[in-house]
Design a protein around this ligand. Structure first.
Ligand SMILES: Nc1ncnc2c1ncn2[C@@H]1O[C@H](COP(=O)(O)OP(=O)(O)OP(=O)(O)O)[C@@H](O)[C@H]1O
Ligand SMILES: [Mg+2]
Length: 225
């Protein structure tokens, strides 16, 4: 059984003359342990697809089966629960909170988790160490480099021990060296069994993944292994 099965997913924004057909019938299976790159031109629907996969948005049509369960009839509260317990999201440009320290930023997804503060602290410090930024825990995002902030954003996405990590251009703002560092982190997480899907414009980054799904005009054009 696939971890994710999506069947003929469509997404239309707006209506009338403002209507945009962002996804026009996407079929995709993602297995546990997959490491997938989504590539394609700007405006082709990549972020829309990732947001649907991460339960941040709902498709207009089609079926999304996660872990064998149909998700289209689930209420918003249940979707939020799915999102919080299964998905780690790394968004474009980090989206860290400016006046929170790195430690506080990484802690955000745990704010409502039923975990003791001691355990939270332990988890956060462990992840900051893995990401190589343990010495930055009391700094603000503006005091870190782009690559360090991206690592903090990944630590934040991992703090809930998600089954799946979704990242929208995690290396987009980084130079080659930092980009390679981030890809190494993803590779290691994938080797440990995490399922990872990243959007990228960078062929080099794409080629470091196990599969590339090319999206064009809201459809899957090709899957390369
Ligand atoms: N909230 C929204 N409301 C209306 N239209 C939207 C919305 N979000 C995206 N779109 C439109 O849907 C289409 C797909 O957008 P999407 O953001 O998924 O593209 P993308 O492939 O991620 O592009 P990029 O590489 O530039 O990030 C675009 O035409 C975009 O303008
Ligand atoms: Mg996008």
């Amino acid at each position: 059984m696939s971890l994710i099965e999506i069947k003929n997913i469509k997404k239309t924004y707006g209506c009338g003359e403002n209507e945009v057909k962002a996804l026009r019938g996407i079929n995709l299976n993602v297995d546990k342990g997959d490491f997938l790159a989504i590539m394609g031109p700007s405006g082709s629907g990549k972020s829309t697809l990732l947001n649907i996969l991460g339960f941040l948005d709902k498709p207009t049509e089609g079926e999304y089966i996660f872990n064998g369960e149909k998700t289209d009839s689930l209420k918003d509260a249940k979707l939020a629960k799915y999102r919080n317990s299964h998905v780690g999201f790394v968004v474009q440009n980090f989206a860290l909170i400016d006046d929170y320290t790195i430690f506080q930023n990484v802690k955000v997804p745990l704010d409502y988790a039923h975990v003791s503060s001691k355990e939270k602290k332990k988890r956060i410090e462990y992840l900051l160490k893995i990401m190589g930024i343990e010495d930055k825990k009391n700094k603000l995002p503006k005091e870190l480099s782009g690559g360090q902030n991206q690592r903090a954003a990944i630590a934040r996405a991992l703090v809930n021990s998600p089954d799946i990590i979704l990242a929208d251009e995690p290396t987009g703002a980084l130079d080659r060296k930092n980009s390679d560092e981030i890809m190494k982190v993803f590779k290691k997480l994938n080797d440990e069994g995490k399922t990872i899907i990243i959007i990228t414009h960078d062929e080099r980054v794409g080629s470091m993944c196990k599969k590339i799904v090319y999206i064009e005009d809201g459809m899957v054009k090709e899957i390369e292994k």
